[in-house]
Design a protein around this ligand. Structure first.
Ligand SMILES: [Zn+2]
Length: 319
């Protein structure tokens, strides 16, 4: 770049310098106006819904303040693909490697070694998405239990954090994790959808809680919304994620109280409204999720953003 500039006539150099400083100024302005610096700890960017415009999706996320995104691995193929994506966006995308409970039935003898090999890459920062889903039982429960435990053992062996999924399986999740408590690496219960007692149990066990746009869907009296209102999740245990393309935060939902809607900024809403739909959520929806969490907790969104980002960087060792 510098060489190219030095070969230009003097007037041209002036112009180039001018436009460069204008560009820098614009960058600084952008920096100031996007008040958050965020890490999306879970986005399924290997989903075919992004195959045609992933560049724009990542660019928009950056514009929205989402500096780093962890791409979820949910099967062997998907974990390989997640790792491949990190090479296309170094320093921005990171990956996880594991087998989702829905896909537990695809587990074969060689999966342990395959995941271990993927996890040996520095860009792969967690084991998972793994866990238990007795809500849908796309794989038989006994298979899920077995395949989950193997991945817990693997995380203990390679000492990488666990990215956990749990639906209607709290007791079994606690039982298996407790078995390994002496050597268990840090773990996050992603897209938490349980009760306050379950959240407190996970926090007591040292787990982190991942929060998504699920907040909009929670209609229970003792679910995520009330957990946030009561301040039950300490800021040093909170992580934020979009789970894109899923978990679209429906800000127009009629059940959402007015004071929560008022906590959402024009800027964050503009990313959501322009680029995200029920069919395809995107990482640029993360600021809206953070503002919603903040509104329920009655705290400044900057505080939530800062805490969640520091937690993510520390927990997953992002550079
Ligand atoms: Zn999940």
């Amino acid at each position: 770049m510098a060489d190219g500039v030095s070969q230009l006539p003097e007037q041209e150099v002036d112009k180039t310098a001018e436009s460069l400083s204008a560009l820098r100024l614009k960058r600084i302005e952008d920096e100031v106006s996007s008040s958050y610096v965020l890490v999306d700890i879970g986005a399924n960017l290997t989903n075919s819904k992004y195959s045609r415009d992933l560049d724009s999706v990542v660019e928009r996320a950056k514009d929205a303040g989402v500096r780093k995104i962890m791409v979820t691995g949910a099967s062997i193929q998907c974990s390989k693909e997640s790792l491949r994506l990190t090479r296309l966006y170094p320093g921005v995308l990171y990956s996880t490697a594991g087998i989702h409970p829905h896909d537990a039935k695809t587990w074969t003898e060689d999966c342990y070694e395959l995941i271990k090999e993927l996890a040996s890459n520095p860009e792969c920062v967690a084991i998972g998405e793994c866990g238990l889903d007795f809500n849908r039982n796309f794989s038989p429960p006994e298979t899920q239990l077995e395949v989950f435990e193997k991945q817990v053992q693997l995380a203990c062996e390679v000492k990488k954090p666990l990215f956990l999924h749990e639906r209607d399986a709290h007791d079994d999740m606690v039982r298996i994790l407790s078995k390994y408590k002496d050597k268990l690496p840090p773990a996050v219960l992603h897209c938490f959808t349980g009760t306050s007692a379950q959240a407190l149990k996970y926090i007591e066990m040292g787990l982190y809680i991942g929060l998504t746009g699920f907040l909009w869907k929670d209609k229970t009296d003792d679910g995520v919304r009330s957990i946030l209102e009561k301040g039950l999740i300490p800021l040093d245990r909170m992580l934020v994620e979009t789970d894109a393309p899923f978990m679209y935060p429906n800000v127009r939902g009629s059940k959402i109280p007015a004071h929560i809607k008022q906590g959402l900024s024009e800027r964050s809403l503009s990313f959501l409204n322009r680029y995200c739909t029920f069919q395809r959520n995107e990482p640029c929806a993360l600021p809206v999720i953070v503002e919603m969490i903040a509104a329920y907790m009655k705290r400044p969104p900057e505080e939530i953003a800062m805490a969640a980002t520091i937690n993510a960087i520390k927990l997953f060792g992002l550079n």
